[in-house]
Design a protein around this ligand. Structure first.
Ligand code: SIN
Length: 284
């Protein structure tokens, strides 16, 4: 077994692994760490693009991103890019990727390629801990309700302040018509995590648009309450990127938020997303 350091808030760092040559036991260790801690960090890795793709394939089928610019030679790799003269970044708000899909992606493996001299950290927060810390009444409410998720307002032609329709993202985000065509899924507000079975809150401010059977204003109020609750410092880990850093997060267990605090500098990350499994409600 490799060394594992569990972080305050969320996540764990695994040391002593070369991600280019994992044994089956190491793949199992990473998978179970995701299922228990939500995000796994690695340092001092030397992954080229082909290694990155091979690593992702050890965990499932690669999801070719529909909205992000693709790597020119490797469509499996989505480019998370901010150039020195861009104002806004990609993923600069709390969210979980792909909750707008009927089978949301398992997670993503993000590799640092070009980092600003300071800033550009990524925050993660635990949906296991956030659920555990809810009071009994809110737990009961969440366990017995479903929520609707959507990509229309984020990536579609009507998106406001993000996506292809915003010139700020020209060349970085696109394919708005594909977002318009997506049928909104309904997911349980609390899922049994597909790896560990642990209950995890499964709503997020970016893509959850309403709670089924609840008046829209009340639904927005509850989602905002959950958002304020889940982003408390006690559930959060701030990951500082260095050359060779890799983060592998599980969308069913964490939210993430990329800091936009490096104006005038370039930041390029390579992201590969892995397909997920059907989600099931946690037992009420
Ligand atoms: C993302 O939201 O996928 C990007 C995270 C990051 O750039 O740190």
């Amino acid at each position: 077994m490799s060394d594992i350091t569990v972080h305050y808030g969320v996540g764990a760092t695994i040391g002593g692994m070369d991600l280019r040559s994992l044994s089956d036991a190491q793949v199992d260790q990473i998978r179970s760490t995701l299922g228990n801690h939500g995000v796994v960090f690695f340092r001092d890795q030397e992954l080229n693009e082909v290694d990155h793709i091979s690593l992702a394939e050890r965990f499932g089928t690669i999801n070719i991103n529909r909205f992000f610019a693709a790597h020119p030679d490797h469509p499996e790799i989505a480019m998370v890019l901010k150039e020195p003269d861009d104002d806004r970044n990609i993923g600069g708000l709390w969210h979980t990727d792909h909750s707008y899909d009927h089978e949301p992606a398992l997670g993503s493996i993000l590799v640092a390629r070009d980092l600003p001299p300071v800033g550009g950290d990524t925050h993660f927060t635990s949906m296991f801990a956030a659920f555990d810390a809810l009071d009994d009444e809110m737990k009961e409410f969440c366990l017995t309700h479903n929520a609707e998720h959507s990509a229309h307002h984020a990536f579609g032609t009507e998106a406001d302040g993000y996506g292809e329709s915003d010139p700020e993202y020209e060349g970085r985000l696109g394919n708005a018509a594909a977002a318009d065509e997506l049928k909104n899924p309904i997911h349980p507000m609390v899922i049994a995590h597909p790896i560990s079975g642990k209950p995890a809150l499964f709503v997020n401010i970016a893509f959850t648009i309403g709670i089924v059977g609840v008046d829209p204003d009340e639904s927005r109020r509850i989602i905002k309450t959950l958002y304020d609750h889940a982003t408390q410092e006690r559930f959060v880990h701030r990951f500082r990127w260095e050359p060779g850093s890799v983060a592998f997060w599980d969308n069913r267990a964490v939210w993430h938020n990329a800091m936009n605090d490096y104006a005038g500098h370039r930041r390029l990350m390579h992201r590969i997303t892995i397909e997920g499994d059907p989600l099931h409600a946690a037992a009420a």
